[in-house]
Ligand binder design. Structure first.
Ligand SMILES: O=C(O)CCC(=O)C(=O)O
Length: 272
């Protein structure tokens, strides 16, 4: 079981730092997920997005919310140990699937993934939230996902921005208006922020809280990643100031509700 590899130390590190590295956890699923990404590229959804510009030497595309129509993603969500892993990591009795997300940087992709936390883009909040980002190619430290240690505990969230334009996701600039703080720049202020980053192999994973601030540089090599977003017992629907990402239009949930299980299925309920 992949859960055998989750030590108390890993759980404590994730709680303290907001991110933890999990070596080789999903090695058996690399080929399945890679086939799913091929299928996803051939059959993009309405959410498929080219983040860079045509002038960039390599593309940076992403797509999400496809598990119900891409069988490889559905298999991973429901047949792998990912639900059990998430339950251990979150300390949760239940694990619900929020959504899947594919992020591909092709060789020469220049666009940096801006520093951001996923939480403010989402309509769900809780202490028990987790993303598992799983690369399907070797990822050197230069192009890996990077995290600001402890940022999941910040009082003021980082301004969510549109990744291509850099403008505020709910309107406005990236300057920290509307109750948000401006985007941090850990490379310019290394004494202020501690960055966690790991060179990774296919099938490794990084686990991180929805509120952990993270980003990535461009990539000189192919960097395909599959990420699964999961929520636990205390996660509740929250109303944001605009259409969220993902939007899940017509969901009809109201503030304080658990996510509806017919749209966000339970992957696991732990027995007492
Ligand atoms: O893959 C990337 O560059 C960004 C990933 C990310 O932001 C995420 O998985 O939340």
């Amino acid at each position: 079981m992949a859960t055998d590899q989750i030590s108390e130390n890993t759980v404590a590190t994730l709680a303290a730092d907001g991110a933890a590295f999990l070596q080789g956890l999903f090695g058996d699923w690399v080929d399945v997920l890679a086939a799913g990404i091929d299928r996803n590229e051939d059959e993009p959804s309405e959410f498929f997005n080219e983040n860079g510009t045509a002038a960039d030497p390599g593309r940076f595309w992403d797509d999400y919310c496809n598990w119900a129509r891409i069988p490889e993603f559905e298999r991973f969500a429901f047949e792998s140990d990912v639900g059990a892993v998430a339950a251990e990591l979150m300390g949760s009795e239940t694990v619900q699937l929020f959504h899947d997300h594919v992020l591909v940087k092709e060789p020469g992709a220049r666009l940096h993934t801006p520093w951001h936390a996923d939480g403010p883009y989402y309509f769900v909040e809780g202490r028990q939230t987790i993303s598992l980002w799983i690369p399907l190619d070797p990822v050197p430290v230069e192009s890996t996902l990077r995290f600001i240690r402890g940022s999941h505990k910040w009082d003021t969230a980082v301004m969510p921005v549109n990744w291509t334009t850099g403008y505020g996701f709910y309107g406005g600039g990236a300057t920290g208006d509307e109750g948000f703080q401006p985007l941090p720049d850990p490379d310019a202020e290394p004494d202020r922020y501690e960055v966690l980053e790991w060179a990774m192999e296919p099938g490794d994973a990084v686990a991180f809280h929805f509120d952990t601030v993270h980003g990535a540089r461009g990539s000189s090599d192919m960097r395909r990643a599959f990420s699964l977003r999961l929520v636990g017992d205390d996660a509740r629907y929250v109303q944001r100031q605009g259409r969220t990402s993902p939007p899940f239009d017509g969901h009809e949930m109201t503030a304080g509700q658990r996510l509806r299980e017919d749209w966000f299925p339970l992957l696991l309920v732990r027995a007492d």
